[in-house]
Each structure stands twice: as structure tokens, then as C-alpha cells.
Design a protein around this ligand. Structure first.
Ligand code: UDP
Ligand code: MG
Length: 479
């Protein structure tokens, strides 16, 4: 067989609605080119029949190959699998939803023939919301400032790579992959051109706001250690400001005599410092997490079947059982993570309440300050737990039910307190602490129930984020 000239790699996740239209459009663009080519589809654990459709396409056309994952491992893993499958001397990476127009492939090949190892069509931002546009621009400005590699606004994964560029990408052993950075890091002759942004042909984007945020953080952390440096600088400046403030206080006391100490200043300083410490710990934790994750040497994905293997042999145990087991494990780890987030948000909200209460106390009666502080921390708790803990949009129904969890919490902790103090003779303070701790998991379950009760179906499992062993949280398109 003559050497393959072109491989088109297409990651697909729940693209049953779009895949056939895409395949037809791709063939319409590729057929006039002639030559030897192959199309490598990677099914990233779809649940909507995409895998069967790909099997059908592969059975009809020998140029079509596919690999299907055992579950959703994320687009980064799917692209990696596609690059590993590819055999062509040029490889085009593109999405399955026709947002990356196949008609551009001839132009990309033409530029490749002129000696370019990377040809990048850059989309403009036509049809994008103002907010998303502004956020993207800010993100890219930040990335340009912070990252050790250059990432161009509008350039995504849609690109042509020469064989030597693909080999360089594959030679990088890291499993926490941020392709945008990797493509830029490998270097080689690169050219880009603009094309008009397009809407999805069918189906829905798989990138919710939370996934995008994770992707953004991954991008920022993958290619530099500046966030750590920023933490050092922030700590240094906070320390210097505290020193200046202390000197100023001493001088003031010497000149004017002692005044009543300001609790508000003290508390604001404590809360601000705790915030900085938490953020810094989080940044360090992210890096440590990455080291831990790399040290495990887990493969970035698990293959369920390919066009060359038989999906299931007669007499083999039902594959569903494994899926169910991994679902249970995923559910458990999600609940643990949600609980940790719930506890953390509880601490943050207590700090917010105290800060608001102490600051407002100077201007209004203490009960009014308490009411405002309580309302702010209550609404904050509901919103943070909705967006971060449960990962869903808040609803009015959830908001109305949310206080119920606090009421039940109050009653149950009161009952436990009574039992401990009157029944078991435990010290009052110790009993209150123990009751508070014991009732927390219970109030977490109630709060989660209240938040999700406003939705038709339970919150979608956010699998790609559950397992940091896979790079799925990384979104490598032009957001
Ligand atoms: N995709 C994937 N795994 C995922 C999410 C997305 O393989 O976990 C694929 C998806 O099928 C599509 C491409 O990545 O071919 C881009 O996804 P999408 O269109 O949802 O992203 P957007 O265009 O909104 O950035
Ligand atoms: Mg898309």
C-alpha cells in the first residue's frame, strides 16, 4: 500500500446527531483531493449510540477507523488516542460538529506542502455572546502574560500537524495534557489563517461553565509556575503592609496616646489574610495534585474496542457490570468531593457573616447587622453550593427549599445536644461541637437535595473532573 498522505483525527463525545452529516461533509471535501487517506474517529465514551454509528461507518469504508473508550476520558485523551492511531504524513485534528469546516482542509494541505509543520485555522468570534467574548479576551491576555508558551487567541485544536510534529507531541510523556500549550511548545514552522466562526451543526456543546473554568485553570497551571510566584509576592506585600500599619500604629500611639482598638480592622485583616492563605494553599495543592497524578503513571484512557477488535465475545461476562461498578465508585468519589466543598463553603460563609456583622455593627444596630450578615452568608451559601458543590444552576425552587435544610439541621443538632448533655452528661461546649460535627453530613445531604430538587433530573455526573488521572477537564478549543 502506498504511504498514507493524510489522517483526519476526530474526537467524538455524544455526537450521534451530528456524526453522519459531518462524515458526509468531510468526504465531500476529501474525495476531490484523491490520494491515500484515513479518518480516525475516537469515541470518548459516548452514551448516545455514537460508537455504533462509527462502527457502521468503519464497516462500510476501509478508510474509516475508530477507537472507543471505556468511558468519557475527555477531549484531550481522545485527541491523544487519535494521534497515536494516525499513520498519515500529515494529520488534521478537527471536531465532529462541523464548527471546524472540512472545506478548509485543501488549503491547509497546500500550506503544508509549502513546508509548514503546523497549519492553524483561527476562528474569529462571530456570533459569540458579548460576555463570553470579553471573558475569552481577558483569559488570553492573562495567559499571554503568565504562560511560558504562546497561545494565540482563536486558535484551537483545529490544525494540521506534520508527521514530525505529531511524533514530537507523542513523545511528551505527561498525562495531564494541555494541547494548546503542547502544540506551541513543540515549535516548528507554523502558519495560521482566519476563518469565520460557525454554529454547531447539531447536538450541544459539552463545555459547561464549570468545565471551562477548570480548563482555564489547567491551562494557566500547566505551563508555568508563576501562580506560585504570585503567591510569594502577595504574601510579601501583605507582610510589608502589615509592618507599615504596625509602625504607623506605634507612632500614632506615641504621638496621640492609645485609642480604643478597632475590631473591624482586626477582623478584616484576619479574614483577608485567611483568604490569601487559602488561595495560596489551593494553588500549591493544584501543583502537588499534578505531581501526584503524574507519579501514578496511569494511562490517559482505557480502550473498550477498536475497528479491529470484536466488541464482545459470546460467553464473556456482561460488560455492563464493570460499568456499574465504576459508576458506583464515581458516585462515591463525587459525594466525598461535594462534601469537602460543602464544608469549605460553610467555613467561608461563617467568615463572611462575621466580617459583614462586625463591619456593619459600626453603622447600625447589632441585630440589623446580624440580619444582613446572615442574609448575605445564606444567599452566598446557596449560590456557592449550587455552582461549586453540586455543579448546577440555582433555581427558585431550590432556593425556597434550602432553608428547610437549616431548620432540620437546627432540630437534629438540638436533639443530639440535649441527648449528650442531659442523657450522657457530656460538657455543654464539647457536646455542641460534637453535635455540630455529627449533623454536618446530614445537612449536606439535605442541602444537596434542596438544590437539586428544582431540576427535572439529578445533576449530571461531572465525570471528567472526578478523576484527575485523566486530562479530560482540559478544554482545548478557542474559548
Ligand atoms: N469532545 C470529546 N470529549 C469530551 C468533550 C468533547 O471528544 O469530553 C469532542 C466533541 O465530540 C467535539 C469536540 O470534542 O467533537 C469539541 O466539543 P464541543 O463541540 O462540545 O466543544 P465546543 O465547540 O463547544 O468548544
Ligand atoms: Mg463544537
Amino acid at each position: 500500500m502506498a504511504a498514507l498522505q493524510l489522517t483526519v483525527v476526530v474526537p467524538c463525545f455524544n455526537e450521534a446527531e451530528a456524526i453522519e452529516t459531518f462524515h458526509a461533509a468531510l468526504l465531500a471535501a476529501l474525495d476531490p483531493l484523491g490520494g491515500n487517506l484515513e479518518i480516525c474517529y475516537v469515541d470518548d465514551g459516548s452514551t448516545d449510540g455514537t460508537r455504533l454509528l462509527l462502527g457502521g461507518l468503519a464497516a462500510l469504508d476501509t478508510r474509516v477507523r475508530y477507537t472507543a473508550f471505556s468511558r468519557n476520558f475527555g477531549k484531550e485523551a481522545a485527541m491523544l488516542a487519535g494521534l497515536r492511531m494516525s499513520r498519515g504524513s500529515a494529520v488534521v485534528l478537527m471536531d465532529a460538529d462541523l464548527q471546524h469546516p472540512p472545506e478548509l482542509i485543501p488549503r491547509m494541505l497546500e500550506l503544508h506542502r509549502h513546508g509548514y509543520d503546523q497549519v492553524i485555522p483561527r476562528r474569529d468570534r462571530t456570533g459569540e455572546g458579548v460576555l463570553r467574548n470579553a471573558l475569552s479576551h481577558t483569559y488570553y491576555a492573562l495567559v499571554r502574560h503568565c504562560m511560558d508558551v504562546e497561545v494565540i487567541d482563536g486558535s484551537g485544536d483545529f490544525r494540521l500537524l506534520s508527521r514530525r510534529a505529531v511524533n514530537s507531541v507523542l513523545s511528551l510523556p505527561e498525562s495531564n495534557r494541555f494541547s494548546k500549550g503542547i502544540f506551541s511548545w513543540i515549535g516548528f514552522e507554523t502558519v495560521s489563517f482566519r476563518y469565520r466562526n460557525r454554529e454547531r451543526a447539531a447536538g450541544q456543546s459539552k463545555w459547561g461553565s464549570r468545565r471551562l473554568l477548570n480548563y482555564g485553570i489547567d491551562g494557566l497551571l500547566s505551563f508555568n509556575n508563576r501562580p506560585l510566584r504570585l503567591a510569594i509576592y502577595t504574601g510579601f506585600w501583605v507582610f510589608v503592609s502589615a509592618l507599615v500599619y504596625a509602625l504607623w500604629t506605634v507612632v500614632n500611639v506615641l504621638l496621640n496616646g492609645a485609642e480604643t482598638p478597632g475590631y473591624a480592622t482586626l477582623l478584616t485583616a484576619v479574614v483577608a489574610l485567611s483568604g490569601i492563605q487559602l488561595v495560596t494553599l489551593g494553588v500549591i495543592g493544584e501543583y502537588v495534585g499534578r505531581i501526584y497524578h503524574e507519579a501514578k503513571h496511569r494511562p490517559p484512557y482505557v480502550v473498550r474496542e477498536t475497528d479491529e477488535t470484536c466488541p464482545s465475545l459470546p460467553g464473556e461476562p456482561e460488560p455492563v457490570a464493570t460499568g456499574e461498578l465504576s459508576d458506583i465508585a464515581a458516585d462515591r468519589s463525587r459525594t466525598i468531593r461535594q462534601f469537602a466543598s460543602f464544608v469549605l463553603i460553610g467555613c467561608v460563609n461563617t467568615a463572611v457573616y462575621l466580617a459583614v456583622y462586625y463591619v456593619l455593627n459600626q453603622w447600625m444596630p447589632y441585630l440589623a447587622a446580624h440580619a444582613v450578615g446572615f442574609t448575605v452568608s445564606f444567599v452566598g451559601s446557596f449560590l456557592l453550593n449550587s455552582y461549586i458543590t453540586v455543579g448546577t444552576k440555582p433555581t427558585w425552587r431550590g432556593f425556597v427549599r434550602y432553608p428547610l435544610s437549616s431548620v432540620i439541621n437546627l432540630v437534629v443538632s438540638g436533639a443530639l445536644l440535649h441527648l449528650a448533655v442531659s442523657g450522657l452528661g457530656v460538657d455543654k461546649n464539647l457536646a455542641a461541637l460534637a453535635a455540630g460535627v455529627l449533623v454536618t453530613p446530614f445537612s449536606f445531604l439535605l442541602a444537596r437535595w434542596a438544590i437539586t430538587s428544582g431540576r427535572g433530573a439529578p445533576a449530571p455526573p461531572d465525570r471528567p473532573d472526578d478523576n484527575r488521572a485523566e486530562p479530560s477537564v482540559i478544554k482545548s478549543d478557542s474559548h
